[in-house]
Design a protein around this ligand. Structure first.
Ligand SMILES: *Cc1c(COP(=O)(O)O)cnc(C)c1O
Length: 393
């Protein structure tokens, strides 16, 4: 069985491109050209140079000694938080802007939840001198105000979306609508491993640099390229697929995706798609979706805007149904506690999203000799208001 995309754009029974006819030319152009572009010598050279000199890669794989002592195993943190703009999202936006340039696009649109993807997109648009419009749920513009300011300072137009739950899924709908209205000159930089084929596969290939580096760095530190566990939080699933990518075909490496249980799995306020979702179509692909009995998309809830999404990328849906990856969930409260713990033990303030992955360390039952890699997907500056409120309690 393959865990990767097939020639039809599917991962097992998930994936595909369920799109309005008006979008077909855009998607088809991308589908026909993406592999040729990203495998070309010229692209690889520009991409790897930018990752090194602009993003700051490779970022460290850090053995967190005090955290390791607390959990009785060797915990290595993959420091995506140290990338330019403070999260893994820039790996993808650098890749996609280079694709857009080669397709002759003059305008970029994006959706954003936490604002991290919006910032990463506004950043590469400034770098390349390309117009940038970012759709963001109005609720998210309020809870992530510093990122709205960053995008605007970088020259992007931020459009607050007031439909639906006014969060990420509504922003993604609005971006799709924009793309339909501007075929031809516009590229839509999707911010996670979601959307119609070829986006999930293309985003996974860009984020795969994470596991490529982990292998080399682990080899240097431990003599083996393979850890016992890799943990990553899952919103749409881009940092997780990047952290898993080069281990997927190594069955001895246990891969764990951590979703947001919000206020609790059965509370009605959660974003744990693998636990609560059923197959359906969301944002152009067949995947697992949180939905009502009659197929209406449910609203997701998480304290972390980046995980507040009622779907999951189709490759993750396949990795879940084929049981190659174990998916679990942790609550808002557990994530807050884990963030405070990392700050106190290691002097690192993680993003709330990343704190979900850290929070699962306590449930892992790893042994003292096990090497456990946690993808620290981003830094926590944007979450200080939530952290301070938690610390005051
Ligand atoms: C956006 C974001 C996530 C969630 O997105 P994925 O596509 O699931 O990785 C996780 N961590 C951080 C820091 C983010 O900004």
């Amino acid at each position: 069985m393959s865990y990767f995309v097939d020639t039809e754009g599917y991962f097992g029974e998930f994936g595909g491109a369920y799109i309005p006819e008006m979008l077909y030319p855009n998607i088809d152009e991308l589908r026909r050209s993406y592999l040729q572009i990203i495998e070309s010598h010229d692209f690889c050279q520009e991409y790897t140079t930018l990752l090194r000199d602009y993003v700051g890669r490779p970022n460290p794989l850090y053995l967190a000694k005090r955290l390791s002592a607390a959990y009785g195993c060797k915990v290595y943190l993959k420091r995506e938080d140290l990338n330019h703009t403070g999260a893994h999202k820039i790996n993808n936006t650098v890749g996609q802007i280079l694709v857009a340039k080669r397709l002759g696009k003059k305008r970029i649109i994006a959706e954003t939840g936490a604002g991290q993807h919006g910032v990463a997109t506004a950043t590469v648009c400034a770098l390349m001198g390309i117009e940038c419009v970012v759709y963001m749920g109005q609720v998210d513009t309020e809870r992530q105000a510093p990122n709205v300011a960053r995008m605007q300072f970088l020259g992007a137009t931020v459009v607050p979306v007031t439909s639906g739950s006014r969060t990420l899924k509504d922003a993604a709908n609005e971006a799709m609508r924009d793309w339909i209205a501007h075929p031809g000159d516009t590229h839509y930089i999707i911010g996670s491993a979601v959307g119609p084929h070829p986006f999930p596969d293309m985003v996974a290939r860009f984020q795969a640099v994470i596991s490529q580096e982990i292998r080399a760095q682990l080899k240097e530190k431990t003599g083996s390229e393979l850890p016992q566990y890799v943990l990553a939080c899952v919103g749409g699933g881009s940092n997780a697929i990047g952290a898993f990518y080069h281990f997927i075909d190594q069955p001895q490496v246990k891969l764990v995706g951590i979703e947001a249980a919000g206020k609790g799995l059965t509370s009605g306020f959660s974003a744990a798609t693998t636990a609560l979702g059923r197959p359906g179509v969301l944002h152009g692909s067949r995947t697992l979706v949180m939905q009502t009995a009659d197929g209406q998309i449910e609203e997701a809830h998480s304290i972390s805007a980046g995980l507040d999404y009622p779907g999951i990328g189709p490759q993750h849906a396949h990795l879940f149904s084929s049981k190659r990856v174990q998916y679990v969930s942790v609550t808002d409260e557990q994530a807050l506690k884990a963030a405070l713990q990392l700050a106190n033990l290691e002097g690192i303030i993680p993003a709330l999203e990343s704190a979900h992955a850290l929070a699962y360390l306590g449930s892992l039952n790893a042994s003292t000799e096990d090497n456990v890699v946690v993808c620290l997907s981003g830094r926590g500056d944007k979450d200080m208001a939530a952290y301070l409120e938690y610390a005051r309690k």
